[in-house]
Write a protein that binds this ligand. Sequence first.
Ligand code: CDP
Length: 203
Amino acid sequence: MQFTVAIDGPAAAGKGTISKAVAAHFGFAHLDTGLLYRATGRRVLDGDTPLEAAQALRPEDLARDDLRTGGVAEAASKVAVVPEVRAALVDFQRSFARRDGGAVLDGRDIGTVICPAAEVKLFVTASAEVRAARRFEELKLTDPALTLAQVLADVRVRDERDSSRAEAPLKPAQDAILLDTSDLSIEAAVAQAIAQVSAALPG
Ligand code: CDP
């Protein structure tokens, strides 16, 4: 069976948690496409050009434990503007989406560019303040000097860069279902996403 769930949205909206829970619930494979851009950004910080970095990506690059920092997120959103970088990552994402047994992909352009024919498209959002507060809780564990104001500023800069780029900008597909998680618990957001997928499954 081929069945694709596309989950897009801005930084720290809850895509990752929702995607993992949906994939686990239905037994689908999950790809966090942000990791491809983070791993590319990481390689650029280490000296590669953006295109070299995207073309040289290996599974071990995605397994690195230093991809979740603010600095790597910033580098990721910079390489994500480069059309050749995005093009180098398309085939891998499309084959993953159509693998047998169902797939959940989360990112920025899954429903618009990578899988416009996805069976379910969700666009997960929340206010910038709520997203920054959630991300701050994660990042402060490894970076005690970080402030909430700094995380909010970083999230705003990245959203603006992701939304205004010419190639595959962050925006909901026309037929995406909007899921605003500002006032939802994670359990409630996951339950809504699972209900949308259940409703679209054949038979
Ligand atoms: O976890 P968070 O939402 O903060 O970020 P991410 O999903 O790991 O993505 C990091 C960066 O990669 C984003 O800010 C985008 O610039 C880029 N990205 C993209 O352009 N297209 C995707 N499909 C996924 C991520």
